[in-house]
Write a protein that binds this ligand. Structure first.
Ligand code: DGT
Ligand code: CA
Ligand code: CA
Ligand code: ZN
Length: 588
């Protein structure tokens, strides 16, 4: 049994994410070890990014060193380590590095406020090698005595530690989806499994996920045997519980997976129960009680007689309450029952509604691909798209290779040339222009007028209230959209303060769109603000902000956020053809 599954592991088990994690940690180690190692740090971060962006499992490329080296960012040294990892499950260089550095502290390096120099000082001067010790040292006033550790810096560190604690035990939606689907595919291959589906916060598409819940139905009487197969999949690293109806186990990085095995006729009630949210379930159970019913994971029953009323599907359970089906993304007690009773649930936007992507970067600034490569990829993989907007960075973004006005003017004819080759005006001329500290833009008005689409975003001054900067950008006649409006990076940087009500009113009044940025760690605007923005009459866009070809798939994450924000297709500009975008611009 085991050997059969192991063969499938080659196809399904996701090495990419595990390796990307290791390479990212190795980069942190090298960054910590000092300036002379900084090229190595860059190389490992590049390799980590390549692995994260890769569609097929890395083992597909690992037949020999040559084919690995064809991948961008992977040379001989890193290629050998990939092969070592696939053969032994370990990388000896990494195992040795871990002994040289305070690994637990290095995990903080992803967070605002903890650079390598800061961590080195803490380690060298105070012998701090873990987060608990660091928290204690801050409280005891030891850290503030160090040179260069003023009150502002200490505050920043405290905020960072809090952010780390909140996010550390949760995954980003994007990686949880990959991991969850990987497990799901493996489970579905087990003989006897009739049906398997994701449940929990993953099915509700929350922006972060605590653990992975899966509901399954299997044929055959020997339930224990099936459960035993669940905990024998290659991804399983440690079994937590394994009974007749449930298996819980840990996979890599201590990610927990809960799988329930249920009967056919219970499927709907179990799915409903284990999808949550807990608060939504409690409300349903209260409503059942009022009617003299009992609702649990096994079904909906008459309290007195125990007679079964429903349970096979979620629809039939909602129907018993005279409610329409409530999509999982809305089950958060944000008014879904009231709306459902009135027949006012929104008809949620779907991935297939999308007609274009309005933010992306090419090799002209910090993207990985040339405009023509991107355009051809989109034509092939996203034939439903009517347009893509190339929005390379403006001059202030020096690290991201921001373009000077003259360079944008050189980019225009290249876009024309690509469109001519494609025989279609697929690529639109755009820019992601920086909003400067005073709310002005870092490209001249004369140039801004020439773009088909201008998104304005903030890339600096994250600690201040940025309402005024954003309001001023909305008032600019050439700004069509505000990009990643809150500036947050999930688990790494908090959103800067914004008076959202004011911003939404201004955006609606000036005809400026607001972006839902679908980068996995941004998801910005976030779900509850999406709901507020819609209520204020704001038009939204959903953009992937892609820097590599595989990132165009992140559109599904943007759709998840929009759906959780009660968004219909009509409220999102890029569900419409380019003609409608032109009309939207005219109204500004
Ligand atoms: P997570 O994993 O923290 O991202 O969030 P969930 O929502 O996936 O929570 P989880 O994994 O603890 O439980 C999965 C679902 O099971 C949850 O959404 C609702 C249901 N559930 C769990 N515990 C309870 C409970 O004590 N009462 C009720 N009514 N439902 C529960
Ligand atoms: Ca869960
Ligand atoms: Ca769970
Ligand atoms: Zn940006």
């Amino acid at each position: 049994m085991r050997s059969k599954l192991s063969r499938q592991e080659k196809v399904y088990s996701n090495h990419n994410m595990e390796l990307a994690d290791i390479f990212h940690r190795m980069a942190s180690c090298y960054r910590y070890l000092g300036k002379e190692e900084r090229f190595r740090a860059l190389a490992y971060d590049n390799a980590s990014r390549t692995l994260n962006d890769l569609k097929e499992d890395i083992s597909v490329y690992a037949k020999d060193l040559k084919s690995l080296e064809m991948l961008s960012g992977i040379g001989e040294g890193i290629g050998k380590k990939i092969i070592e990892f696939l053969q032994t499950g370990k990388i000896s260089t990494y195992e040795n590095l871990k002994k040289e550095v305070p690994m637990e502290l290095l995990e903080l390096m992803d967070i605002n406020g903890f650079g390598p120099a800061t961590i080195k000082t803490l380690h060298d001067e105070l012998k701090i090698d873990g987060r608990e010790k660091l928290i204690a040292a801050i409280e005891e006033g030891k850290v503030e005595k160090l040179k260069g550790f003023g009150p502002g810096k200490i505050e920043n560190m405290k905020r960072g530690l809090k952010l780390f604690k909140e996010s550390h035990f949760r995954m980003l939606l994007s990686s949880a989806l990959k991991t969850g689907n990987d497990i799901l595919e493996t489970i579905k291959k087990i003989p006897g499994v009739k049906k398997a589906e994701l449940a929990g916060s993953l099915r509700r598409k929350k922006e972060t996920i605590g653990d992975i819940d899966i509901i399954t139905i299997a044929t055959g009487k020997d339930r224990k045997k099936i459960i035993n197969k669940f905990v024998s999949i290659p991804q399983c690293k440690r079994i937590l519980a394994s009974g007749e109806t449930k298996a819980s186990f840990l996979i890599r990085n201590n990610i927990q997976v809960d799988i329930r095995l249920i009967k056919d006729e219970e499927y709907g009630s179990a799915l409903l129960y284990f999808t949550g949210s807990k608060e939504h379930n409690i409300q349903l159970r209260l409503m059942a009680k009022e009617k003299g019913w009992k609702l649990n994971e096994y079904g909906l029953f008459e309290e007195k007689t125990g007679k079964r009323l429903a349970g096979k599907t979620e629809e039939e359970i909602y129907k018993m309450f005279r409610l329409p089906y409530i999509p999982p993304e809305l089950r958060e007690m944000r008014g879904e029952f009231e709306a459902a009773k009135k027949g006012k649930l929104p008809r949620l936007i779907e991935l297939k509604d999308i007609k274009g992507d309005m933010q992306m970067h090419s090799t002209w600034s910090d993207g990985a691909e040339k405009i023509e490569t991107i355009a051809r990829y989109i034509q092939k993989e996203y034939p439903q798209y009517d347009y893509i907007v190339m929005t390379d960075h403006s001059p202030s973004e020096r690290i991201a290779g921001g373009l000077k006005p003259a360079e944008f003017r050189k980019q225009f004819p290249e876009i024309d040339k690509v469109n001519k080759k494609l025989g279609k005006d697929l690529v639109k001329k755009g820019a992601e222009v920086d909003i400067l500290a005073d709310g002005s833009l870092d490209l001249p008005d004369s140039l801004l007028k020439e773009f088909d689409w201008v998104a304005a975003s903030i890339h600096s001054g994250f600690n201040k209230d940025n309402t005024d900067r954003l309001l001023k950008a909305c008032e600019h006649s050439s700004v069509h959209c505000i990009g990643h409006p809150s500036g947050r990076m999930i688990g790494k940087r908090e959103a800067y303060p914004v008076d959202w009500k004011k911003l939404f009113e201004k955006a609606a009044a000036t005809g400026t769109a607001i972006e839902i940025n679908a980068q996995p760690d941004r998801l910005d605007l976030k779900d509850d603000l999406v709901k507020e923005a819609i209520a204020a009459g704001v038009t939204l866009t959903i953009s992937t902000d892609s820097h590599a070809l595989s990132q165009f798939d992140n559109m599904k994450l943007g759709i998840a956020v929009a759906r959780r924000g009660w968004c219909t297709a009509d409220q999102v500009l890029n569900t419409k053809p380019w003609k409608a975008v032109e009309q939207f611009k005219k109204k500004k």
